[in-house]
Design a protein around this ligand. Structure first.
Ligand code: NAD
Ligand code: DAU
Length: 352
């Protein structure tokens, strides 16, 4: 078995589905608290698959985590569980400290205790893979070189600060205890099952619903977009072949300004689902108040993972974004399930 945490969220569910698409794959114990961001509908296709065991719970629950490790004896843990939305971290940072820092600490301690009791062969084989973000490196100017694994940590939001803290804990558990960790720091993901609080799914749904498309500030902030399937393949590579104690930057080589991302989505929708009045979706674009402390640019230098492990993203932004828009058009039932009362409360809190 492997233990995945946060496997009902956006990336964790994509990873679980991709992993179990291989008939020879080890089974998955999926520990997820099912916060607003966790959604069992993402995993509906695994209902009949006995290799997938879902457990609702908190990575911060010591007894639960210890008992799962004892019962399922996983040979690896992949830690996706986190509070992941920057805007929510600005409104309420406490949950970010609780899950991203204290939760990761608890997971590390439980896993270390379990690992210490394994026989030598199992100990050698064991891996703790921590899934982190490029946001820990802070913000780049237009001319700065892309983030490498040796960039200093300069987190700017409560979210990125909490992820940075968790990365430091993971690093320290390797250096102090010899605990076998690998960390990946990835750029912005997009694709199926993305919760519509984040830019790309929010814009797709707002466009289809005739709502405004909110662009923070001047819309010239740059993100390096990676199709979620590529992130999942990178994690599989690093889990299988990554050097212990190392970090690997994962990115899409796809730097785009937010306004250009939104215009691209609009033009795909103009083609696939034209507005009834025949006007372009770009008419719905509106510039709104900027995010406090908004990082200007992220860009990942992903040469290390290519050089050492042979990984490169397969998807180009043009093809990945088209697939993503099509996925949202094809999945109205999933959308209906996520735009619940609590989602509407969030929209009115953030965009009113
Ligand atoms: P998400 O918000 O969609 O999902 C997070 C999942 O974690 C949810 O299912 C939630 O229920 C679960 N969870 C939250 N707190 C928990 C707790 N205390 N115990 C157990 N489960 C808990 O996030 P995502 O976008 O899928 O991100 C997954 C990971 O990847 C995060 O660690 C994030 O920092 C990192 N990451 C995300 C991106 C991105 O673009 N989305 C990029 C780089 C790194
Ligand atoms: O870089 C990796 C990170 O990418 C992950 O670690 C985070 O978990 C993930 O949420 C994402 O963070 P961002 O803040 O970059 O993603 P978000 O989709 O929230 O915003 C993308 C850009 O779009 C950012 O510059 C803010 C802007 N934006 C966002 C929203 C929601 C808008 O202009 N309008 C919006 O309504």
């Amino acid at each position: 078995m492997i233990l995945i945490t946060g496997g009902a969220g956006f990336i964790g569910s994509n990873f679980t589905l991709d992993w179990l698409a291989n008939p020879d794959a080890e089974g998955v114990v999926n520990l997820d608290k099912l916060t607003y961001a966790g959604n069992l509908a993402n995993l509906a296709s695994l209902k009949e698959d006995s290799r997938h065991i879902f457990v609702r719970g908190d990575i911060g629950d010591k007894e639960l985590v210890a008992s799962l490790l004892k019962e399922y004896q996983p040979r690896a843990i992949v830690n996706f569980a986190a509070e992941s939305h920057v805007d929510r971290s600005i409104h309420g940072p406490a949950e970010f400290v609780a899950t991203n820092i204290v939760g990761t600490f608890n997971l590390l301690e439980c896993a270390r205790e379990y690992w210490s009791g394994l026989d030598e062969a199992a100990k050698q084989a064991f891996r703790f893979h921590h899934v982190s973000t490029d946001e820990v490196y802070g913000s780049l100017s237009a001319t700065d070189p892309a983030f490498t694994e040796t960039n200093a940590y300069e987190p700017n939001s409560p979210y990125s600060a909490s992820k940075a803290a968790s990365d430091h804990l993971v690093r320290a558990w390797f250096h102090t205890y010899g605990f076998p960790v690998v960390t990946t720091n990835c750029s912005n993901n997009y694709g199926p099952y993305h919760f519509p609080e984040k830019l790309i799914p929010l814009v797709i749904l707002n466009a289809l619903n005739g709502k405004l498309l909110p662009i923070y500030g001047d819309g010239q902030q740059i993100r390096d977009w990676l199709y979620v399937g590529d992130h999942c393949s990178a994690i599989r590579e690093v889990l299988a072949k990554g050097k212990l104690g190392e970090t690997y930057n994962i990115g899409g080589w796809n730097e785009k300004a937010n306004i250009d991302v939104v215009k691209t989505i609009c033009s795909i929708l103009d083609e696939l689902k034209p507005r009834v009045d025949g006007k372009p979706y770009t008419e719905q674009i509106t510039f709104v108040k900027d995010r406090p402390g908004h990082d200007r640019r992220y860009a990942i230098d992903a040469r290390k993972v290519e050089r050492e492990l042979g990984w490169r993203p397969a998807e180009k932004f043009d093809t990945g974004i088209r697939k993503t828009v099509q996925w949202y058009l094809d999945n109205p039932v999933w959308i209906e399930g996520v735009v619940s009362g609590s989602y509407r409360d969030w929209l009115s809190k953030q965009y009113s």
